[in-house]
Design a protein around this ligand. Sequence first.
Ligand code: ARG
Length: 593
Amino acid sequence: MERIENGIKETVIHAIFHLYGEQVSADLLLVQKTRREFSGDFTLIVFPLLKISRKSAEETADAIGHYCVSNNSYLKSYNAIKGFLNISVSQEYWFNFLFSELQREDYGTLPVSANSPKVMIEFSSPNTNKPLHLGHIRNNLLGFSISRITEACGNRVRKVNLVNDRGIHICKSMIAWKLFGNGETPGQSNMKGDHLVGKYYVEYEKVYRRQVSELIEKGADPEQAAEQAPILLQAREMLRKWEADDPETRELWERMNHWVYEGFNVTYKRLGVDFDKIYYESETYKLGKELVLKGLREGILVQKEDGSVWADLCNDGLDTKLLLRSDGTSVYMTQDVGTAHQRYAEFEFDQHIYVVGNEQNYHFQVLKLVLKKLGFDWADRLYHLSYGMVELPEGKMKSREGTVVDADDLLDEMEKTARQMSEELGKLEEYGEEQKEVIYRQIGLGALKYYILKVDPKKNMTFNPNESIDFNGNTGPFIQYSYARIQSVLRKASETGDRNIIMNLNDKEVYLIRMIYEFPEIISESASTLNPSLIANFLFDLSREFNQFYHDFSILSAESHELVVLRTHLAKAVGNVLKSGMGLLGIEVPERM
Ligand code: ARG
């Protein structure tokens, strides 16, 4: 069934032809939701049409309104205020829409075809020297949700991850393991591989700090000491050996990175995120180097006396940016140049979104400019989705190292809290142990995901675990519970009967139908602004509105058979939207709770 805005536009086109003898195109017509203070559902802005009508705004609006109401039975009444034509939609339209489009489980999403635009979305992108932390959780949740939302708008999406698997950071863990590890493996220590490697990174830091203070005590200048701590020199030596393909170093590197990947995979799986392809810095940094050297030969980049290569971005309001060190080794930027190039060659994206924290705003500004300078027009298709920091409230859950909050610890904690709160409320008593465990996991994860995604990505935020599981607030569990309750009503509904008569809807029913009617616009706005919080908050409003309705009106024991049929269809439609909306946030909804 057609969306009524389109129906209005078609009728207006006929009206204009009939009244003024001119054929206008639909692009000229602006139809918006009517503002709260006026009566009506949709408003046509008449001003652009005055040069055709050659009448006053009021007269034009009145004539078009009259034509619409007389010629389209879905349009019930109108009022014209200056150049604004406010049109009311008939109950019949809402009724028919409820029984057709709104019963579809995929309502609001567009199909993807072989010709759909291609969007590449990079998220997660960890370094391999330590486990994932709270910041990565926000990153993963945003990236995954944006991928689903983008896909729901009819794009071919490719989810990718960039693993920064080489460089000084991993060499630090490697040297500490070599010096102090006694051959320790994850299996032996019964530790996740990423945590084991992280443990040696922390060990490195400890030794490094001790060595620096020792040097200072012996009279060294602090700046020099920071550069000359023996363990740092050993880590650098390791990096040189790695770049020179030293077999022993490469073997250790492969082994430790492999441990890390096994650990990451467990966390990704728990979080419910996945990727279509993983790119590794070790496989793209050489391409980056080649592209930079080519740019140098072509005179696009400049070389300093010490041999280092730079991009001069002064004319773009930035400074000069290092692309290759004097010893020829590459930097973070070099690798991104190579990675982007390879991705375009493989996927020819129409858009490439990088989900990366806002501390790298400058990095991505430079990346785009450098690629552009190197002659790649597709650099215009790169977009940095820059998000703010996330912290825990003071005093909550110190991590093992006492600095950042570990992702696995937080996931454990969420499940535990979900269990505690559900037990206290006695919500799941009639279920078996296994079933309970599944639901606890869904609640804990749903709470975490929703709490993080309901915030505008640009904003910094504090994540409060207890608040996130509150069954009554603006939380994931509240929406999950609303969904489960609808399913419980639908299970009891024996009357699945079809609609039989067009009947009067009460104001609340119309209000709810109109609310879900808008779901497609909410999705497309959250896609175009890359902001899942619009969907999250919409789902909260909808749940609240439906719960109020359920409180005020009977569904299964409504006065007449027709009314039972109407309201169960309404409940089903709300349930569909809650489920698919939560799906766009990467959140599962339990059928029972
Ligand atoms: N691994 C980097 C870090 O942890 C983030 C990588 C972001 N993505 C990129 N294409 N540069 O800071």
